[in-house]
Design a binder for this molecule. Structure first.
Ligand code: MG
Length: 172
């Protein structure tokens, strides 16, 4: 039996699931804006929204979104195998696979993305803080890191694009 995957369906599912889990593009873009407003002159919220959308349009990112949300969701149903079930449910300190999955997003965008990701992970601004505060009865062990990764990758894109526009590459 042959297998064929429709890229549009993967993209739509990733966007759909982000929304179902309470994450709007604007929420992610707010973090991107806060990260870049002091570094990218005249940066507007619309630029940040566009950058977030560009990040989410990448297949590697959609894969991470769908995988992470799926694990959070299965954990809510109590469907993970012990001891993983409790490790994900309680966001166990030594369990780092959530960060590692999110890094598969950040890795696409280079070192500025990585520094920003570390910063968001510490400060937990906006939607990342809300996902992390465990008050909505849902499990977001994977999703908080994925949102942090998308926001920091979008910031990295903006930073690089601005720099490249100001200083066009000259031949060596
Ligand atoms: Mg996490």
């Amino acid at each position: 039996m042959s297998y064929s995957l429709k890229p549009d369906e993967v993209a739509a599912a990733a966007k759909d699931w982000l929304e179902k889990r309470g994450v709007r593009i604007e929420d992610i873009a707010e973090i991107t804006y806060a990260l870049q407003k002091d570094y990218v002159e005249d940066v507007q919220m619309e630029d940040c929204i566009e950058s977030v959308e560009r990040v989410i349009s990448k297949r590697e990112v959609q894969n991470a979104v769908l995988t992470g949300i799926q694990l959070d969701y299965l954990c809510e149903q109590g469907a993970l195998i012990a001891p993983l079930q409790d490790m994900v449910k309680y966001d166990e300190g030594l369990y780092g696979a959530d960060e590692i999955l999110a890094l598969s997003i950040v890795n696409i965008y280079g070192s500025i993305g990585l520094t920003n990701f570390g910063y968001i992970d510490k400060v937990k601004p906006g939607i990342v803080g809300r996902l992390n505060d465990k008050t909505d009865g849902q499990v977001h062990t994977f999703l908080d890191d994925i949102v942090a990764a998308i926001a920091s990758s979008a910031a990295s894109r903006l930073a690089h694009n601005t720099y490249d526009a100001e200083k066009p590459m000259t031949p060596p």
